[in-house]
Design a protein around this ligand. Structure first.
Ligand code: UDP
Length: 316
């Protein structure tokens, strides 16, 4: 049987590169496209000699195409951490809007299944808890985070419009906080920040009072949920994330416990529009994809700590 061909934008990023690994393991040929503004060639260095893998340096905000057949288009290109999207506000808006449209056009042309990486951020600072896919969200359209939230909301709207108007075979995954190996040490998110601080015996920076909650999904669980959605025929958005919720303070104490660090906790201002709580309702994924996360935060955190120790400790 001929190999399926998958195009992964953002293929040199944290999640994009893990997705490339998984699709290759599933027997696909993978073409990864990335402009490397937040992605890194280090994430795909192990794939360079794989004959089923190809990397193209490309800004997907400009029109582009691929010669030959394409079965899957997975649009994962975007700055994704609050620090990164505040550093690249216009690039974030463009890749969510123009970038998404070019990827949709590619999927339309090739009659490929299209899957866009959306986010729990589309729920904003949610008034419904946990968040179901049917919740419309509570988003500040002009705040600093809006460049990401609104770009992803637009990406979802555009995806549904291509599905309804042109019958493109589309899927939307709403990704909740995810962590694991290959996160950038300096991307500013809570997991790499706390781990890096703990490994250097520096104080852990708690924003606000630390009572805000997040639920952390290990990358391997998330990737499994995404490919199940890719191989399904669902078109509606699906939450993929871990429904076990922790306060940021509880998470800081877990990082201290598993790293053995004696760092103090220091308190800093809460970023503007920082959501107070976030937790996915994963009923849809359980029912339609037979998916639920398997890796506990204890286990995933220990694996992530080991990876950061081996890969990032000498970067300072
Ligand atoms: N946070 C924190 N200290 C840090 C980094 C983040 O207390 O050094 C908090 C942040 O304010 C937010 C939560 O941790 O409430 C998760 O932040 P992150 O940037 O990882 O992602 P978000 O879920 O906000 O997109």
């Amino acid at each position: 049987m001929k190999k399926k061909i998958a195009v992964v934008t953002g293929g040199a990023g944290f999640l994009g590169s893990h997705l490339c690994d998984r699709l290759l393991a599933d027997g696909c040929r993978v073409i990864a496209a990335d402009n490397l503004i937040t992605g890194s060639l280090r994430n795909i260095a192990h794939l360079r000699k794989n004959k089923n893998f190809e990397f193209i340096k490309k800004d997907v905000c400009r029109p582009w195409t691929i010669t030959g057949k394409v079965d899957y288009v997975l649009h994962f290109a975007s700055p994704a951490s609050p620090v990164d999207y505040l550093r690249h506000p216009l690039a974030t808006l463009k890749v969510g809007s123009q970038g998404t449209e070019h990827c949709l056009k590619l999927a339309q042309l090739k009659k490929a299944r299209f899957l866009v990486a959306s986010t729990s951020e589309i729920y904003g600072d949610p008034l419904e808890h946990p968040q179901k896919e049917s919740y419309w969200g509570h988003v500040n359209s002009i705040g600093p985070r809006s460049v990401y939230d609104e770009a992803k909301r637009f990406a979802e709207a555009l995806t549904m419009a291509y599905h309804r108007s042109y019958d493109v075979n589309t899927a939307i995954v709403r990704i909740f906080n995810t962590y694991g190996p290959r996160m950038q040490v300096n991307d500013g998110r809570v997991v790499p920040n706390f781990i890096d601080q703990a490994l250097h015996n520096q104080p852990l920076t708690i924003y606000g009072d630390g009572q805000q909650t997040r639920s952390f999904c290990y990358y391997s669980d998330l990737i499994d949920g995404i490919v199940r959605l890719l191989y399904s025929n669902l078109h509606q958005p699906v939450n993929i994330g871990n429904p076990k919720e922790f306060t940021i303070l509880e998470f800081a104490n877990m990082v201290l416990k598993f790293s053995g660090a004696h760092s103090k906790l220091v308190y800093r201002d809460l970023p503007v529009d920082d959501p107070k709580q976030r937790c996915p309702d994963i009923t849809l994924a359980k029912k339609h994809l037979q998916w639920q996360p398997k890796v506990s935060l204890q286990q995933g955190l220990q694996e992530t700590l080991a990876w950061f120790k081996a890969n990032c400790c000498d970067e300072k």
